[in-house]
Design a binder for this molecule. Structure first.
Ligand code: NAP
Length: 290
């Protein structure tokens, strides 16, 4: 990649950013498309978020991804926010147009992408979403978009769970959502055909942890899909346990690549080389976990 005075800037803001894999597959994609762009990680602390927008406009940053801890706070810095980002209450993709900064959320596209490959009557499937943080919000909207009529969420902290529930009031999703305590998992499992782990339980370096005990895995019905949003390690213990029972499993790598691909398409208005981006992510993950 040859960087010159004409090279256009894209990037990601968050803090910390040392472990972000987005620069790896985004730069690979930009090279493959032959575009004179570079995608740069910009570590931005919370107290500097507002200034970033003016600074980026001044130096000509065309667009950027947003990650922890800015996904929610960034909403108040934008001139235009898409409906789905408002519904989730989080933005992960920002771009500049003549009328100002625009923001949307491509995590939903990422989340549903591997599920769309699986043929199911989603209206009859009740997902069980483990966790009630940021990724759980994308999972809820994604499941609703697939057509799931009922969506069950379990959380460990009653206060946060109540707040999570309240945040969907007066939205079309309110009537589809039911909230439960973590201890209710064994009774909910027989009614769930899609398990989604949105907690960090099992993420590197805690690879020997699983959000579900072995008895819960045993009680899953044979057609259950087990989806873990974690992509490092790949697969997690949860997915290894589910695969050992012959269940369909999905890891978080497709979601990560697809959310990035949709963002790239917004910025450069060209089709993203998805399989190349995926390959580049998987190579980086292999190196990371060695
Ligand atoms: P987050 O906002 O911090 O939410 C994490 C959730 O997990 C919270 O509800 C938290 O509960 C719960 N949790 C944490 N430890 C737990 C435990 N031991 N037992 C029960 N619940 C626990 O984080 P996030 O942004 O949603 O990310 C969550 C995971 O999804 C991470 O592993 C991240 O890598 C992954 N992710 C993947 C992608 C992808 O593209 N594949 C995208 C986004 C996120 P409390 O609120 O009570 O703390």
């Amino acid at each position: 990649m040859k960087i010159t005075g004409k090279t256009k800037l894209l990037g990601i803001i968050g803090y910390p950013l040392e472990h972000s894999l987005s620069p790896v597959f985004q730069n690979q994609a930009l090279r493959a498309l032959g575009l004179d762009y570079v995608y740069v990680p910009f570590p931005v602390k919370q107290e500097n978020l507002k200034e970033v927008f003016q600074a980026f406009k001044a130096i000509g940053v065309r667009g950027f991804n947003v990650t922890i801890p800015h996904k929610e706070a960034v909403l108040s810095c934008l001139d235009h926010v898409s409906d789905k980002a408002r519904l989730i209450g989080a933005v992960n993709t920002v771009w500049l147009e003549k009328d100002g900064w625009h923001g949307t959320n491509t995590d939903i596209d990422g989340f549903i992408y591997p599920l769309l490959e699986i043929k199911r009557d989603w209206s009859h499937i009740t997902p069980l979403i483990l966790g009630n943080g940021g990724a759980a919000r994308a999972a809820v909207v994604g499941c609703a978009q697939l057509g799931c009529e009922k969506i069950t969420i379990v959380g460990r902290n009653p206060e946060k769970l109540t707040k999570f529930g309240l945040s969907w009031h007066n939205t079309p999703l309110q009537s589809r959502i039911s909230l439960h305590g973590w201890e209710e998992i064994p009774t909910l499992i027989p009614h769930s055909q899609l398990i989604v782990n949105t907690t960090p339980i099992g993420m590197y370096p805690h690879c020997q942890q699983s959000p579900l005990p072995p008895q819960a895995i045993e009680s899953l019905s044979p057609e259950t899909i087990v989806y873990d949003l974690i992509y490092n390690p790949r697969p997690t213990l949860l997915l290894r346990q589910a695969a050992a029972r012959g269940l369909t499993t999905i890891d978080g790598s497709d979601m990560l690549v697809k959310q990035g691909a949709v963002a790239l398409e917004i910025w450069v208005r060209q089709k993203a080389p998805l399989s190349l981006m995926r390959q580049s992510l998987l190579e980086a993950l292999d190196i990371k976990t060695e």
